[in-house]
Write a protein that binds this ligand. Structure first.
Ligand SMILES: [Zn+2]
Length: 459
C-alpha cells in the first residue's frame, strides 16, 4: 500500500465512530536513516500506568534496583512515546483489534484478527516478514493461539476459534511458536481428533511439552512448545510450586530460546514476546499475579536488550496494547509499608480461592490466606468472604467467586485499589531501542507502528 493511502485509511476512515483524529493533519512521521536486521517486539498485555509503576516499585523495594524497563529510561538508552490504541469500533480496544492494528496495519472491529468490517483480509506482519526471508515467531504466557500472537500470525474473522487458528499455524512455516493452549493441538482434546503436533513434527519441528524439552531442543530446527492447558500458570504460583516451576519455562527462557533458534538466519528475524497474563490478572484485580508476571516480562526485556546491545542491528520495541482495570497504590499513612506485603505473597488470587470451599471454618480460611498472602485477615472479613462460597455451595471456587472479591478483602492491608475490571482507553507506553528508534514520534497511532516496523526492517 502506498504511504498516502495508508494515511487516508489508517487515520481518518480508520477511526472509531465519532472520534476526531489527532493525526489527520500529519504528513511524514519519520525518515529512517538505516535498516535493522532483527526486530524484537515485546508486549505486556493490558498494562495500565499503575501496573508499570508498581512493578518498578516492587523491584526497588525488594531488590534495591529499578525494573529493567525503567532503568533504560534512567540510562537514556531508549526513545519513548505514547500510542493511541483505538480500534475501528471503539476507543477501548480488545487484544485482537489491538494486535491487528500493529499486525495488519489497519484498525478492525474488536474481536477480529486482521479482517476488516467488509471482509477485507489484511496480511499479518509475520507472514510478510517470513515471505521476505526472515525467521519469525511468537512466544507468550497465554495460549499461543490467543489474540495477541494471532494478530501477528493470521487473518481470521474471530479470535474465538482458537482450534481453527491452531490449524492455520500448522499450515504455515513459522519458526517459533511457544506458550499455552495444549487443548488446541492435542488429538485427545480437539473435537475433530486431529493431532496437530504430529503435523508439526512431520514438517521438521521440535515439539516441546515441558520446560526441559524446550531447553534441550535443537536450535537447528523450528519449534512448537505448548506447556499447559489454557494459559501458563502465573509466575507467582510457579515460584512457589515446584511442579509448576519444572513444567513451565519462564517468558525470559522462551525468549532466549527463540533468539537462539532464529539468530543464525542470514536474513534476520522478527519475534513477538507477550506477557499475556498481566491482562488476565488485571481483569481479576489480582495484585500478586499482575506484579510478578509484569516482572517476568521485565526479565524478558533484559534478555532482549542483552541480545540487541551485543548485536547492534536489532530494533527492540517495548509496549502494551491497552490499559486494564487501572490499579494504583492509594495514599494513606501506611501506604508504603502496606505495599511491601506483596513481597510475602505466595500465590495468585485464583490459586488461593481454589483451596477455599463452602462450609470451611473462618479459622481455616484465615490460616490458608495467611499462608498464601502473608496477611492475617480479621474473623469478620473471613466470614464475609466465606458467605460468597456458601451462597454458591458445592463447586464454589475461582470460576464462581470472582477474584476481585478477594482484592476487596485485602485492600485495607495493601492500599492497592482498582478502578474496575475492564480494558481502558488509555494511551499506552511505547519505548524503542536500536537503529531507527530515534525517529519514534512522541505520539504514534497503533496502525502507524505496522509501517514503522516494515520500513525499519527494509520491507
Ligand atoms: Zn490485550
Amino acid at each position: 500500500m502506498k504511504r498516502r493511502d495508508f494515511f487516508r485509511s489508517g487515520t481518518i476512515a480508520g477511526l472509531g465512530a465519532g472520534l476526531i483524529s489527532p493525526f489527520s493533519s500529519r504528513s511524514k512521521l519519520w525518515e529512517l536513516d538505516r535498516q535493522v536486521k532483527n526486530i524484537i517486539f515485546l508486549v505486556t498485555d493490558g498494562m495500565s500506568s499503575g501496573t508499570f509503576q508498581m512493578a518498578d516499585l516492587l523491584r526497588r523495594r525488594m531488590d534495591g534496583r529499578n525494573s529493567n524497563w525503567l532503568q533504560l529510561y534512567h540510562d537514556k538508552k531508549i526513545t519513548r512515546g505514547i500510542m493511541d490504541m483505538s480500534s475501528l469500533n471503539s476507543a477501548v480496544p480488545d487484544s485482537a483489534a489491538a494486535s491487528s492494528s500493529w499486525g495488519g496495519g489497519y484498525r478492525v472491529n474488536n474481536g477480529s484478527l486482521n479482517i476488516g468490517p467488509n471482509g477485507e483480509v489484511y496480511k499479518p506482519i509475520l507472514k510478510k516478514f517470513k515471505d521476505s526471508g526472515k525467521a519469525v515467531g511468537c512466544v507468550t504466557t497465554v495460549q499461543i493461539t490467543h489474540a495477541t500472537p494471532a494478530g501477528f500470525l493470521v487473518s481470521h474473522p474471530t479470535r474465538q476459534e482458537q482450534a481453527v487458528i491452531a490449524e492455520k499455524y500448522a499450515e504455515e512455516n513459522y519458526d517459533v511458536l511457544m506458550g499455552g493452549g495444549l487443548e488446541f493441538f492435542d488429538s485427545e482434546s480437539r473435537e475433530d481428533g486431529k493431532d496437530l503436533f504430529a503435523k508439526f513434527s512431520d514438517k521438521g519441528y521440535s515439539v516441546a511439552l515441558n520446560r526441559d524439552e524446550m531447553l534441550r531442543s535443537s536450535i537447528e530446527k523450528p519449534i512448537i512448545g505448548v506447556f499447559h492447558r489454557g494459559g501458563l500458570p502465573y509466575t507467582l504460583d510457579q515460584m512457589n510450586d515446584r511442579a509448576l516451576h519444572e513444567e513451565v519455562p519462564t517468558l525470559a527462557e522462551m525468549t532466549q530460546k527463540a533468539i537462539d533458534i532464529m539468530k543464525s538466519n542470514p536474513n534476520g528475524f522478527v519475534i513477538q514476546v507477550e506477557a499475556g497474563k498481566v491482562d488476565w490478572a488485571a481483569h481479576g484485580n489480582d495484585l500478586g499475579a499482575i506484579l510478578y508476571d509484569q516482572l517476568a516480562f521485565d526479565d524478558a526485556v533484559k534478555t532482549a536488550m542483552d541480545f540487541a546491545e551485543s548485536d547492534g542491528n536489532t530494533l527492540v520495541i517495548i509496549t502494551t496494547d491497552h490499559g486494564n482495570a487501572n490499579p494504583g497504590l492509594m495514599g494513606g499513612r501506611n501506604a508504603d509499608k502496606n505495599f511491601d506485603r506483596v513481597q510475602s505473597f505466595k500465590h495468585s488470587a485464583n490459586y488461593t480461592l481454589s483451596k477455599i470451599e463452602s462450609g470451611m471454618s473462618p479459622a481455616a480460611a484465615i490460616e490458608w490466606i495467611e499462608q498464601a498472602k502473608g496477611i492475617a485477615i480479621k474473623k469478620e472479613e473471613a466470614k464475609e468472604l466465606l458467605s460468597f462460597f456458601d451462597r454458591v455451595g458445592e463447586g464454589a471456587g475461582p470460576s464462581t467467586i470472582p477474584a476481585p472479591r478477594l482484592a476487596k478483602t485485602l485492600y485495607p492491608y495493601t492500599n492497592v485499589g482498582w478502578a474496575g475490571t475492564s480494558h481502558t482507553s488509555d494511551f499506552v507506553e511505547i519505548s524503542m531501542y536500536g537503529p531507527g528508534s530515534e525517529k519514534l514520534p512522541p505520539i504514534i497511532m497503533n496502525t502507524e507502528l505496522h509501517f514503522y516496523m516494515l520500513e525499519a526492517a527494509g520491507l
